[in-house]
Design a binder for this molecule. Structure first.
Ligand code: SF4
Ligand code: SF4
Length: 88
């Protein structure tokens, strides 16, 4: 199952979660994260936040699967594991 979503970079196709609990979000590798906050600043939807010395999903329901956080992270601590197919 997949669904098509508009993002700032075009049309993307992502795996459709079977429930909200399975909703696909970027994976943060905490051991690599240096809490620089660049992904927080770069996220266009305010999904990520630094709180009490941790990187958290403050507004996970607002994620638009743009992968900007993955592209921005200088430590390769973010992985967007959903399938992406760029529309031609
Ligand atoms: S994929 Fe995009 S919207 Fe979702 S957390 Fe990363 S930067 Fe924010
Ligand atoms: S950009 Fe990378 S290292 Fe910086 S806070 Fe985000 S996940 Fe952590």
């Amino acid at each position: 199952m997949s669904q098509t979503i508009s993002s700032p970079k075009g049309i993307i196709r992502v795996r459709k979660a079977r429930s909200m609990a399975e909703r696909v979000l970027p994976k943060i590798e905490k051991q690599k994260c240096v809490l620089c906050g660049l992904c927080v600043e770069a996220c266009p939807e305010g999904v990520l936040a630094l709180k009490q010395g941790d990187l958290v999903f403050a507004n996970p329901q607002d994620c638009v699967y743009c992968a900007t956080c993955e592209e921005t992270c200088p430590e390769n601590a973010v992985r967007c594991e959903f399938e992406i197919r760029w529309a031609s």
